[in-house]
Design a protein around this ligand. Sequence first.
Ligand SMILES: Cc1cc2nc3c(=O)[nH]c(=O)nc-3n(C[C@H](O)[C@H](O)[C@H](O)COP(=O)(O)O)c2cc1C
Ligand code: SF4
Length: 410
Amino acid sequence: MQQQLLFTPKKLGAIELKNRSIRSAAFENMGKNYSPTEELVNYHKSVAKGGVAMTTVAYASVNRSGISFDGQLWIRQEIMPELRRLADEVHSCGAKVSIQLGHCGNMTHWHTAGQMPVGASTRFNLYSPTFARKLKEKEILQIVKDFGNAVKLVKEAGFDAVEIHAGHGYLISQFLSPYTNRRRDKFGGSLNNRMRFMQMVIEEVLNVANREIAVVVKTNMYDGFRSGLQIDDCITVAKELERLGVDALVLSAGFVSKAPMTVMHGAMPVKTLAHYMDMKKYWWLKAMIRLFGRFMMKSLPYSEGFFLEDAKRFRKELKLPLIYVGGLIAGEKIEEVLNSGFDFVQMARVLINDPEFINHLKEGGITYRSNCGHSNYCIGRMYSKPFCCHHCAENLPKKIEKEIEKAERY
Ligand SMILES: Cc1cc2nc3c(=O)[nH]c(=O)nc-3n(C[C@H](O)[C@H](O)[C@H](O)COP(=O)(O)O)c2cc1C
Ligand code: SF4
Protein backbone atom coordinates (compact mmCIF):
# COMPACT_ATOMS: atom_id res chain seq x y z
CA MET A 1 0.00 0.00 0.00
CA GLN A 2 1.21 3.53 -0.87
CA GLN A 3 1.67 6.29 1.74
CA GLN A 4 -1.46 8.49 1.78
CA LEU A 5 -0.22 11.75 3.26
CA LEU A 6 3.59 11.68 3.05
CA PHE A 7 3.70 12.24 -0.67
CA THR A 8 1.24 15.13 -0.78
CA PRO A 9 2.54 18.73 -1.15
CA LYS A 10 1.91 21.37 1.50
CA LYS A 11 2.71 25.03 2.08
CA LEU A 12 5.15 26.06 4.80
CA GLY A 13 4.87 29.82 5.16
CA ALA A 14 6.15 31.41 1.95
CA ILE A 15 7.23 28.15 0.33
CA GLU A 16 5.60 24.92 -0.83
CA LEU A 17 7.16 21.56 -0.08
CA LYS A 18 6.65 18.74 -2.59
CA ASN A 19 5.99 16.22 0.19
CA ARG A 20 5.89 16.18 4.01
CA SER A 21 9.46 15.03 4.73
CA ILE A 22 12.29 17.26 5.96
CA ARG A 23 15.84 16.26 6.85
CA SER A 24 16.20 17.37 10.46
CA ALA A 25 19.18 19.50 11.52
CA ALA A 26 21.88 16.98 12.52
CA PHE A 27 25.37 18.39 12.94
CA GLU A 28 27.50 17.10 10.08
CA ASN A 29 30.91 18.31 11.36
CA MET A 30 31.92 18.92 7.74
CA GLY A 31 32.75 22.64 7.81
CA LYS A 32 36.26 24.00 7.27
CA ASN A 33 37.26 27.49 8.41
CA TYR A 34 33.59 27.68 9.50
CA SER A 35 32.53 27.49 5.86
CA PRO A 36 30.71 24.82 3.77
CA THR A 37 32.95 22.21 2.12
CA GLU A 38 32.51 19.94 -0.89
CA GLU A 39 31.77 17.10 1.57
CA LEU A 40 28.91 19.07 3.15
CA VAL A 41 27.47 20.00 -0.26
CA ASN A 42 27.67 16.37 -1.41
CA TYR A 43 25.94 15.06 1.72
CA HIS A 44 23.00 17.46 1.31
CA LYS A 45 22.82 16.70 -2.42
CA SER A 46 22.56 13.00 -1.60
CA VAL A 47 19.67 13.64 0.81
CA ALA A 48 17.97 15.91 -1.74
CA LYS A 49 18.30 13.23 -4.44
CA GLY A 50 16.98 10.71 -1.91
CA GLY A 51 13.52 12.29 -2.00
CA VAL A 52 13.11 14.65 0.97
CA ALA A 53 11.19 17.84 0.24
CA MET A 54 13.66 19.96 2.21
CA THR A 55 17.02 19.40 3.86
CA THR A 56 18.22 21.40 6.88
CA VAL A 57 21.89 22.30 7.10
CA ALA A 58 22.71 21.94 10.79
CA TYR A 59 23.61 24.26 13.53
CA ALA A 60 25.24 27.36 11.99
CA SER A 61 26.37 30.02 14.41
CA VAL A 62 25.17 33.60 14.00
CA ASN A 63 28.45 35.02 15.35
CA ARG A 64 31.96 34.15 16.55
CA SER A 65 31.13 33.62 20.22
CA GLY A 66 28.32 31.18 19.34
CA ILE A 67 30.54 28.48 17.79
CA SER A 68 30.92 25.21 19.69
CA PHE A 69 32.77 23.06 17.13
CA ASP A 70 35.63 23.70 14.69
CA GLY A 71 33.64 21.92 11.95
CA GLN A 72 30.63 24.20 12.30
CA LEU A 73 29.45 26.99 9.97
CA TRP A 74 29.62 30.64 11.03
CA ILE A 75 27.33 32.80 8.91
CA ARG A 76 29.21 35.83 7.61
CA GLN A 77 29.73 37.83 4.42
CA GLU A 78 33.03 36.07 3.51
CA ILE A 79 31.35 32.70 3.00
CA MET A 80 28.54 33.94 0.73
CA PRO A 81 29.92 32.19 -2.42
CA GLU A 82 30.04 28.83 -0.57
CA LEU A 83 26.54 29.34 0.92
CA ARG A 84 25.16 30.20 -2.54
CA ARG A 85 26.74 27.11 -4.01
CA LEU A 86 25.30 24.90 -1.26
CA ALA A 87 21.79 26.29 -1.84
CA ASP A 88 22.07 26.04 -5.65
CA GLU A 89 23.37 22.46 -5.59
CA VAL A 90 20.53 21.27 -3.32
CA HIS A 91 18.00 23.03 -5.56
CA SER A 92 19.47 21.32 -8.62
CA CYS A 93 18.70 17.98 -6.95
CA GLY A 94 15.01 18.83 -6.55
CA ALA A 95 14.73 19.81 -2.86
CA LYS A 96 14.36 23.00 -0.87
CA VAL A 97 17.07 23.96 1.61
CA SER A 98 16.83 25.33 5.13
CA ILE A 99 19.57 26.18 7.62
CA GLN A 100 19.50 25.95 11.41
CA LEU A 101 20.73 29.16 13.05
CA GLY A 102 21.76 29.39 16.66
CA HIS A 103 24.20 30.46 19.31
CA CYS A 104 25.64 27.81 21.62
CA GLY A 105 25.84 30.07 24.70
CA ASN A 106 27.90 28.39 27.41
CA MET A 107 28.42 25.10 25.52
CA THR A 108 31.82 25.84 24.08
CA HIS A 109 35.50 26.25 24.98
CA TRP A 110 37.71 29.34 25.09
CA HIS A 111 39.72 28.22 22.05
CA THR A 112 36.59 27.46 19.97
CA ALA A 113 34.58 30.59 20.83
CA GLY A 114 37.65 32.84 20.66
CA GLN A 115 36.75 34.28 24.06
CA MET A 116 35.42 33.26 27.44
CA PRO A 117 32.15 31.39 26.77
CA VAL A 118 29.03 33.46 27.47
CA GLY A 119 25.57 32.48 28.70
CA ALA A 120 22.40 33.70 30.37
CA SER A 121 24.16 33.55 33.76
CA THR A 122 27.66 33.07 35.09
CA ARG A 123 28.14 29.43 35.99
CA PHE A 124 30.20 26.33 35.47
CA ASN A 125 29.09 24.28 32.51
CA LEU A 126 29.62 20.55 32.91
CA TYR A 127 29.35 19.86 29.20
CA SER A 128 32.55 21.66 28.19
CA PRO A 129 33.52 21.73 31.13
CA THR A 130 34.20 25.45 31.49
CA PHE A 131 33.11 28.62 33.25
CA ALA A 132 30.80 30.86 31.27
CA ARG A 133 30.17 34.55 31.85
CA LYS A 134 26.75 36.23 32.09
CA LEU A 135 25.91 38.33 28.99
CA LYS A 136 25.53 42.09 29.46
CA GLU A 137 22.40 43.74 28.08
CA LYS A 138 24.27 45.45 25.25
CA GLU A 139 25.75 42.09 24.22
CA ILE A 140 22.27 40.54 24.23
CA LEU A 141 21.05 43.27 21.86
CA GLN A 142 24.04 42.60 19.58
CA ILE A 143 23.27 38.87 19.44
CA VAL A 144 19.66 39.69 18.47
CA LYS A 145 21.07 41.76 15.58
CA ASP A 146 23.46 38.91 14.69
CA PHE A 147 20.46 36.58 14.26
CA GLY A 148 18.89 39.15 11.91
CA ASN A 149 22.10 39.56 9.93
CA ALA A 150 22.48 35.79 9.54
CA VAL A 151 18.92 35.54 8.19
CA LYS A 152 19.63 38.38 5.74
CA LEU A 153 22.74 36.58 4.42
CA VAL A 154 21.22 33.12 4.02
CA LYS A 155 18.15 34.64 2.35
CA GLU A 156 20.45 36.42 -0.15
CA ALA A 157 22.33 33.14 -0.65
CA GLY A 158 19.09 31.47 -1.81
CA PHE A 159 18.00 29.43 1.22
CA ASP A 160 14.25 28.76 1.34
CA ALA A 161 13.89 28.63 5.11
CA VAL A 162 15.63 29.19 8.42
CA GLU A 163 15.22 27.10 11.54
CA ILE A 164 15.96 29.02 14.73
CA HIS A 165 17.34 26.75 17.44
CA ALA A 166 15.48 27.57 20.64
CA GLY A 167 15.84 24.17 22.30
CA HIS A 168 18.37 21.59 23.55
CA GLY A 169 20.09 23.93 26.03
CA TYR A 170 21.66 26.33 23.52
CA LEU A 171 21.57 30.09 24.15
CA ILE A 172 17.83 30.80 23.66
CA SER A 173 17.01 27.69 25.67
CA GLN A 174 19.55 28.77 28.36
CA PHE A 175 17.54 31.98 28.76
CA LEU A 176 14.23 30.08 28.87
CA SER A 177 15.31 27.46 31.41
CA PRO A 178 15.32 28.28 35.14
CA TYR A 179 18.28 25.87 35.46
CA THR A 180 20.62 28.13 33.46
CA ASN A 181 18.93 31.53 33.86
CA ARG A 182 19.50 33.02 37.32
CA ARG A 183 19.34 36.65 36.17
CA ARG A 184 17.56 39.30 38.18
CA ASP A 185 17.06 41.83 35.38
CA LYS A 186 14.31 41.96 32.73
CA PHE A 187 15.75 38.80 31.09
CA GLY A 188 15.42 36.61 34.19
CA GLY A 189 12.99 35.61 36.94
CA SER A 190 9.43 34.97 35.67
CA LEU A 191 8.81 32.92 32.52
CA ASN A 192 7.67 36.13 30.81
CA ASN A 193 11.07 37.67 31.49
CA ARG A 194 12.95 34.52 30.53
CA MET A 195 11.09 34.53 27.16
CA ARG A 196 12.19 38.12 26.40
CA PHE A 197 15.45 37.22 24.60
CA MET A 198 13.59 34.64 22.45
CA GLN A 199 10.88 37.18 21.62
CA MET A 200 13.46 39.77 20.55
CA VAL A 201 15.30 37.24 18.36
CA ILE A 202 12.11 36.00 16.70
CA GLU A 203 10.79 39.52 16.05
CA GLU A 204 14.11 40.43 14.41
CA VAL A 205 14.19 37.20 12.37
CA LEU A 206 10.58 37.60 11.16
CA ASN A 207 11.23 41.20 10.26
CA VAL A 208 14.27 40.35 8.14
CA ALA A 209 12.67 37.23 6.60
CA ASN A 210 9.75 39.47 5.58
CA ARG A 211 7.58 36.44 4.69
CA GLU A 212 9.89 35.78 1.70
CA ILE A 213 11.41 32.65 3.27
CA ALA A 214 9.88 30.29 5.84
CA VAL A 215 10.73 30.75 9.54
CA VAL A 216 10.68 27.57 11.62
CA VAL A 217 11.62 27.33 15.32
CA LYS A 218 12.94 24.19 17.03
CA THR A 219 11.67 24.27 20.59
CA ASN A 220 11.60 22.01 23.62
CA MET A 221 8.50 20.21 24.92
CA TYR A 222 10.49 19.77 28.17
CA ASP A 223 14.14 20.01 29.20
CA GLY A 224 14.21 16.48 30.59
CA PHE A 225 15.24 17.01 34.24
CA ARG A 226 13.61 18.27 37.42
CA SER A 227 15.04 21.81 37.63
CA GLY A 228 14.53 22.49 33.91
CA LEU A 229 11.43 23.53 31.94
CA GLN A 230 8.43 21.21 32.22
CA ILE A 231 5.72 20.56 29.66
CA ASP A 232 3.24 23.27 30.82
CA ASP A 233 5.92 26.01 30.65
CA CYS A 234 6.94 24.79 27.21
CA ILE A 235 3.31 24.98 26.01
CA THR A 236 3.33 28.64 27.12
CA VAL A 237 6.57 29.18 25.16
CA ALA A 238 5.09 27.47 22.08
CA LYS A 239 1.94 29.64 22.30
CA GLU A 240 4.15 32.73 22.44
CA LEU A 241 6.00 31.59 19.30
CA GLU A 242 2.61 31.09 17.62
CA ARG A 243 1.54 34.60 18.67
CA LEU A 244 4.76 36.06 17.29
CA GLY A 245 3.85 34.60 13.89
CA VAL A 246 6.46 31.92 13.08
CA ASP A 247 5.53 29.55 10.25
CA ALA A 248 5.97 26.26 12.13
CA LEU A 249 7.47 24.66 15.22
CA VAL A 250 9.66 21.58 15.42
CA LEU A 251 8.80 19.86 18.72
CA SER A 252 11.82 18.33 20.43
CA ALA A 253 13.07 17.96 24.02
CA GLY A 254 16.28 17.60 26.03
CA PHE A 255 19.23 19.64 27.21
CA VAL A 256 22.63 18.69 25.83
CA SER A 257 24.59 19.65 28.97
CA LYS A 258 22.23 17.86 31.37
CA ALA A 259 19.89 15.40 29.60
CA PRO A 260 21.42 14.82 26.14
CA MET A 261 19.77 11.47 25.42
CA THR A 262 16.30 12.99 25.83
CA VAL A 263 16.90 14.53 22.37
CA MET A 264 17.52 11.21 20.63
CA HIS A 265 16.67 8.39 23.07
CA GLY A 266 18.61 5.13 23.14
CA ALA A 267 21.98 4.34 24.67
CA MET A 268 24.67 6.97 25.18
CA PRO A 269 27.64 5.88 23.01
CA VAL A 270 30.27 6.62 25.69
CA LYS A 271 33.05 4.43 24.22
CA THR A 272 32.56 5.86 20.71
CA LEU A 273 32.60 9.40 22.09
CA ALA A 274 35.87 8.87 24.00
CA HIS A 275 37.49 6.84 21.18
CA TYR A 276 37.30 9.63 18.57
CA MET A 277 38.13 12.54 20.89
CA ASP A 278 41.45 14.31 20.24
CA MET A 279 43.81 13.20 23.03
CA LYS A 280 46.04 16.31 22.80
CA LYS A 281 43.21 18.84 22.94
CA TYR A 282 40.73 17.08 25.21
CA TRP A 283 42.71 14.58 27.36
CA TRP A 284 40.90 15.67 30.54
CA LEU A 285 37.46 15.46 28.89
CA LYS A 286 38.30 12.05 27.43
CA ALA A 287 39.33 10.81 30.87
CA MET A 288 36.16 12.22 32.47
CA ILE A 289 33.91 10.62 29.83
CA ARG A 290 35.61 7.25 30.29
CA LEU A 291 35.23 7.44 34.06
CA PHE A 292 31.88 9.18 34.57
CA GLY A 293 30.23 9.37 31.11
CA ARG A 294 27.66 6.69 31.86
CA PHE A 295 26.49 8.53 35.00
CA MET A 296 26.64 12.05 33.55
CA MET A 297 24.78 11.21 30.34
CA LYS A 298 22.05 8.73 31.18
CA SER A 299 20.66 6.48 28.47
CA LEU A 300 16.91 6.54 27.78
CA PRO A 301 14.95 3.63 26.24
CA TYR A 302 14.20 4.11 22.54
CA SER A 303 10.88 3.38 20.88
CA GLU A 304 9.59 4.23 17.42
CA GLY A 305 8.01 7.70 17.43
CA PHE A 306 9.11 8.27 21.05
CA PHE A 307 7.86 11.90 21.21
CA LEU A 308 4.43 11.29 19.68
CA GLU A 309 2.30 11.24 22.84
CA ASP A 310 3.96 14.42 24.22
CA ALA A 311 3.71 16.15 20.85
CA LYS A 312 -0.02 15.41 20.68
CA ARG A 313 -0.51 17.57 23.79
CA PHE A 314 1.04 20.48 21.89
CA ARG A 315 -1.11 19.70 18.83
CA LYS A 316 -4.25 20.10 20.97
CA GLU A 317 -3.13 23.50 22.31
CA LEU A 318 -1.84 25.11 19.09
CA LYS A 319 -3.18 26.02 15.66
CA LEU A 320 0.04 26.73 13.73
CA PRO A 321 1.72 24.04 11.57
CA LEU A 322 3.74 21.55 13.62
CA ILE A 323 6.68 19.45 12.53
CA TYR A 324 7.15 16.12 14.32
CA VAL A 325 10.67 14.78 14.99
CA GLY A 326 11.86 11.73 16.93
CA GLY A 327 12.31 8.03 16.17
CA LEU A 328 10.84 7.76 12.66
CA ILE A 329 12.31 4.86 10.70
CA ALA A 330 9.30 3.27 8.98
CA GLY A 331 6.37 4.12 6.70
CA GLU A 332 3.52 3.11 8.99
CA LYS A 333 4.61 5.31 11.92
CA ILE A 334 5.17 8.27 9.58
CA GLU A 335 1.63 7.91 8.28
CA GLU A 336 0.29 7.63 11.86
CA VAL A 337 2.12 10.86 12.82
CA LEU A 338 0.78 12.76 9.81
CA ASN A 339 -2.72 11.42 10.52
CA SER A 340 -2.43 12.74 14.09
CA GLY A 341 -2.46 16.32 12.82
CA PHE A 342 1.24 16.99 12.27
CA ASP A 343 1.94 18.85 9.03
CA PHE A 344 5.47 17.62 8.32
CA VAL A 345 7.92 15.06 9.68
CA GLN A 346 11.62 15.59 10.28
CA MET A 347 14.14 12.77 10.41
CA ALA A 348 17.83 12.71 11.34
CA ARG A 349 19.29 9.25 11.98
CA VAL A 350 17.33 7.37 9.35
CA LEU A 351 18.77 9.74 6.70
CA ILE A 352 22.31 9.36 8.07
CA ASN A 353 21.79 5.63 7.75
CA ASP A 354 20.28 5.94 4.27
CA PRO A 355 19.98 9.28 2.43
CA GLU A 356 17.64 7.49 -0.05
CA PHE A 357 15.14 6.49 2.65
CA ILE A 358 12.26 8.54 1.20
CA ASN A 359 12.75 7.11 -2.31
CA HIS A 360 12.85 3.62 -0.79
CA LEU A 361 9.57 4.33 1.01
CA LYS A 362 8.04 5.43 -2.27
CA GLU A 363 9.12 2.22 -3.97
CA GLY A 364 8.53 -0.13 -1.05
CA GLY A 365 5.20 1.31 0.15
CA ILE A 366 3.93 1.92 3.65
CA THR A 367 5.42 -1.25 5.17
CA TYR A 368 8.99 -0.25 4.27
CA ARG A 369 11.35 -0.07 7.29
CA SER A 370 14.91 1.23 7.53
CA ASN A 371 17.63 -0.80 9.22
CA CYS A 372 18.76 2.14 11.42
CA GLY A 373 19.02 0.39 14.78
CA HIS A 374 19.40 3.53 17.00
CA SER A 375 22.94 2.50 17.97
CA ASN A 376 23.82 6.22 18.23
CA TYR A 377 27.33 5.54 16.92
CA CYS A 378 26.76 8.52 14.58
CA ILE A 379 26.26 10.80 17.60
CA GLY A 380 29.35 9.66 19.48
CA ARG A 381 31.45 10.14 16.34
CA MET A 382 29.97 13.51 15.31
CA TYR A 383 31.70 15.36 18.17
CA SER A 384 35.14 14.71 16.64
CA LYS A 385 34.78 13.63 12.99
CA PRO A 386 32.42 14.10 10.04
CA PHE A 387 29.33 12.09 10.92
CA CYS A 388 28.52 8.78 9.29
CA CYS A 389 26.58 5.64 10.07
CA HIS A 390 28.48 2.68 11.52
CA HIS A 391 27.45 0.74 8.39
CA CYS A 392 29.82 3.03 6.41
CA ALA A 393 32.64 3.27 8.96
CA GLU A 394 35.59 0.95 8.28
CA ASN A 395 37.86 -0.95 10.68
CA LEU A 396 35.88 -0.31 13.82
CA PRO A 397 37.65 -1.53 16.97
CA LYS A 398 36.05 -4.50 18.75
CA LYS A 399 34.97 -2.38 21.76
CA ILE A 400 32.95 -0.07 19.46
CA GLU A 401 31.37 -3.00 17.61
CA LYS A 402 30.30 -4.41 20.97
CA GLU A 403 28.90 -1.03 22.07
CA ILE A 404 26.85 -0.83 18.84
CA GLU A 405 25.49 -4.36 19.30
CA LYS A 406 24.47 -3.63 22.88
CA ALA A 407 22.93 -0.25 22.00
CA GLU A 408 20.75 -1.77 19.26
CA ARG A 409 19.10 -3.95 21.91
CA TYR A 410 18.40 -0.97 24.22
C1 LIG B 1 24.44 13.00 14.56
C2 LIG B 1 23.36 13.89 15.06
C3 LIG B 1 23.58 15.27 15.15
C4 LIG B 1 22.56 16.12 15.61
N1 LIG B 1 22.76 17.47 15.59
C5 LIG B 1 21.71 18.30 15.83
C6 LIG B 1 21.85 19.69 15.62
O1 LIG B 1 22.88 20.19 15.18
N2 LIG B 1 20.76 20.47 15.90
C7 LIG B 1 19.58 19.95 16.36
O2 LIG B 1 18.62 20.69 16.59
N3 LIG B 1 19.43 18.63 16.54
C8 LIG B 1 20.46 17.80 16.27
N4 LIG B 1 20.28 16.44 16.38
C9 LIG B 1 18.96 15.93 16.80
C10 LIG B 1 18.09 15.60 15.57
O3 LIG B 1 17.83 16.74 14.77
C11 LIG B 1 16.74 14.99 15.99
O4 LIG B 1 16.03 15.98 16.73
C12 LIG B 1 16.92 13.72 16.83
O5 LIG B 1 18.00 12.94 16.36
C13 LIG B 1 15.66 12.85 16.80
O6 LIG B 1 15.34 12.50 15.49
P1 LIG B 1 15.68 11.04 14.83
O7 LIG B 1 15.07 10.03 15.74
O8 LIG B 1 15.03 11.10 13.47
O9 LIG B 1 17.16 10.91 14.76
C14 LIG B 1 21.29 15.58 15.97
C15 LIG B 1 21.09 14.20 15.88
C16 LIG B 1 22.09 13.36 15.43
C17 LIG B 1 21.81 11.89 15.32
S1 SF4 C 1 25.01 4.87 13.46
FE1 SF4 C 1 23.25 3.73 14.32
S2 SF4 C 1 21.78 5.34 14.92
FE2 SF4 C 1 23.28 6.31 13.59
S3 SF4 C 1 22.36 6.19 11.57
FE3 SF4 C 1 23.65 4.38 11.76
S4 SF4 C 1 22.28 2.76 12.52
FE4 SF4 C 1 21.23 4.73 12.84
